[in-house]
Design a protein around this ligand. Structure first.
Ligand code: PLP
Length: 498
């Protein structure tokens, strides 16, 4: 730990201490430190002055200083022991990391306007909006829309749109259209080795809703939830919207480190994982790690949320069966989506809920949004039942393989020494590390000006020491776009590396 001391002999300027103010002394100290930590003015590892020294400097008793430090410790901003040295913490709980408007809020009676947990959960996502609006090469989470079987799809849409009977136009089943649930259960058993019955399938508006249902059904503000580090920001937003504490857990070559989860004690109620194709790094969880995780969940009576968002596409080996299929104790909630295998604006996905959670999940789903549009559920049912889905997947594998090869080859040729790709054997994206210290957000901003839309890897980290890198989607860009885009990217990375 870096034990660089703060200038301990004068009152730190970020504490606008006013002894005539009606705000209690401890609160003024607490607010000053909190804002300085969140704004990055105080860096991880920096040592705080002792409570005694600060009290002397402020010419107040030690008690308000101790109270302020205790509050900061309790809320996870600092670590150590009061009296024996306290330091700014390396990683702060994500829900605490919402931006603080220091100058605006400090003097105003009642402080800043209050926002709900859900609104706060979104605030960090603004960083990523740069690339969200662009549909250029490397756009993450985009399938090959140019290969979508539009004719078949529009025939099925018009078939159902013409014949919607009154009962299909009225309210639908919150769990979803039964034939669609049957078709999905059949597909999951055969293709993903998921162990499920139709009644366990719940149709939702994509994985994001599935994650929100898990969060709302399983977590309270007193609970802790673990998430892979780096991990999927969408899961982070959903899980922390409930006020639960999020704990980032490091990965090693086999997947999430279960021993680190176990060391966090019995309050960990949910663990979110992407075992088939870790988002964003792309590795798959080893069989022994899967068993270890399942064993831990069973012993602790905790839940595992398995996000199987793009495992249909593997290029070097056969698709790996779902973790859910190995679970003999019904501790896994399995989530899947049609966003990658069909298209994201369809907003259809599914949850395979353990029988114990089924009714609760349906109630939460109804609260969020009564049910998914019946018309598209009917269309998708036919698309699955008539074999179009299986055909589409088969065709897309070779399309994605070509795109992935073009990207790997281009990166090797133009950026070999600057960008170190992670595993690219599956899915629709590839992550690559930049040299430490390079600002990935700046690269993303600059390439966005050239209509190229990668995502910054650092946005997937909760800790304040993220790795720098790029997440490059190849699903939505054909080979003729990939080559020139790699060259532009290479130019920009080299400019910044200089
Ligand atoms: C890890 C992960 N889960 C889920 C999704 C898909 O979300 P949705 O089904 O809400 O479109 C994505 C999309 O990018 C993802 O990367």
């Amino acid at each position: 730990m870096n034990s660089k001391k703060l200038a301990a002999l004068t009152v730190p300027s970020f504490i606008p201490f006013d002894r005539t103010s009606c705000r209690p002394f401890y609160k003024q100290i607490y607010d000053g430190y909190r804002a300085a930590i969140l704004s990055g003015r105080l860096q991880p590892g920096q040592r705080l002055p002792s409570t005694r020294a600060l009290a002397v400097e402020l010419k107040i008793s030690r008690l308000p200083v101790i109270n302020a430090y205790e509050q900061l410790l309790h809320e996870g901003y600092i670590e150590g022991k009061i009296g024996a040295g306290t330091y700014v913490k390396d990683s702060i709980p994500d829900e605490l990391a919402a931006p603080v408007l220091v100058s605006d809020s400090a003097g105003r009676p009642g402080g800043p306007p209050r926002s709900s947990r859900m609104a706060r959960a979104d605030s960090r996502g603004k960083n990523m909006s740069v690339e969200k609006e662009l549909l250029g090469p490397f756009r993450v989470s985009l399938p090959a829309l140019d290969h979508f079987p539009h004719q078949v799809w529009s025939r099925l849409v018009s078939r159902h749109a013409k014949n919607l009977s009154a009962d299909l136009m009225a309210y639908g089943d919150p769990a979803g259209h039964l034939p669609l649930r049957e078709a999905i259960a059949k597909y999951l058993r055969a293709a993903r080795a998921v162990n499920c019955e139709t009644r366990q399938i719940l149709i939702v508006s994509g994985s994001q809703m599935a994650l929100q249902i898990c969060a709302m059904a399983l977590l309270t503000p007193r609970d802790a939830a673990c998430i892979e580090e780096p991990g999927y920001p969408g899961a982070r937003y959903a899980l922390r919207s409930t006020g639960a504490t999020l704990i980032p857990i490091a990965l090693d070559g086999e997947g999430i480190r279960v021993e680190e989860i176990a060391s966090r004690g019995k309050k960990v109620r949910v663990v979110y994982v992407t075992p088939s194709h870790q988002y964003p790094l792309g590795l798959s969880m080893s069989a022994s790690r899967r068993l270890e995780l399942l064993d831990w969940a069973q012993q602790r009576r905790s839940w595992i949320v398995e996000d199987d968002y793009d495992s249909e596409y593997r290029y070097a080996s056969r698709p790996i069966g779902a973790l859910q299929g190995m679970d003999t104790n019904s501790r896994v909630i399995y989530i899947g989506t049609f966003s990658k295998v069909l298209f994201p604006s369809l907003r259809l996905g599914y949850v395979v809920a353990p029988p114990l959670l089924l009714n609760k999940f349906i109630r939460v789903r109804e609260t969020l949004d009564l049910f998914s549009p019946t018309l598209y559920q009917l269309v998708l049912t036919d698309f699955l039942q008539e074999g179009h889905f299986a055909r589409h997947l088969r065709r897309m594998r070779s399309v994605y393989l070509r795109r992935r090869n073009a990207l790997v080859e281009g990166l090797g040729r133009h950026l070999g020494e600057l960008l170190k790709p992670c595993n690219a054997d599956a899915g629709l994206h590839l992550s690559a590390f930049l040299p430490q210290g390079m600002d990935d957000l700046e690269i993303v901003r600059r390439i966005a000006q050239r209509e190229i839309s990668a995502s910054p890897l650092s946005a997937c980290y909760m800790s304040r020491r993220p790795k720098s890198g790029l997440i490059l989607g190849f699903g939505g860009s054909d080979e003729s776009q990939i080559g020139p885009a790699v060259q532009t990217l290479s130019k920009i990375v080299r400019e910044l590396a200089r």
